[in-house]
Write a new protein. Structure first.
Length: 140
């Protein structure tokens, strides 16, 4: 796995690990679990540290960000509106034209296989260079 977005000489992966540790409660455990799933779904994902302290996972563009708030861990998918979400994991930022988010509250378990599928789909969309779902039939 490559590392990018270092701050003060520290690799982004170390800063993300530090953030997870500093949270020290269900939010840290949740962010850590989701990070592990992201890395399993896309072993070539790049961890970045942007916008003064936001964990970002990228592969040919941003896949998602991971933010922690008092009552929620929020995973925002940069191109979420273009992704198929049959498990209906997206539950936040649903009105926008581009982004979609998953708000995870304390005690809520995210469907791991559905989440993994979203990560893989987002990475594939980034690799394709398309920002919106294609209206044409896919080429074979």
């Amino acid at each position: 796995m490559r590392k990018s977005g270092a701050s003060d000489g520290q690799p982004a992966s170390e800063l993300i690990s530090k953030r997870i540790g500093e949270l020290g409660d269900w939010r840290g455990r949740t962010l850590g679990r989701m990070r592990k799933l992201i890395k399993q779904a896309d072993p070539d994902v790049v961890e970045e540290w942007k916008w003064m302290g936001t964990p970002v996972w990228s592969h040919d563009g941003i896949i998602c960000t991971g933010e922690s708030y008092k009552k929620v861990v929020k995973l925002t998918f940069a191109k979420g509106a273009a992704l198929k979400d049959p498990a209906r994991l997206f539950n936040s930022s649903l009105d926008g034209n581009v982004r979609r988010a998953i708000d995870i509250h304390e005690g809520v378990e995210v469907d791991e296989s559905a989440f993994t599928a979203l990560i893989r789909q987002a990475a594939a969309l980034n690799r394709s260079g398309k920002s919106k779902a294609s209206k044409k039939a896919p080429e074979k």
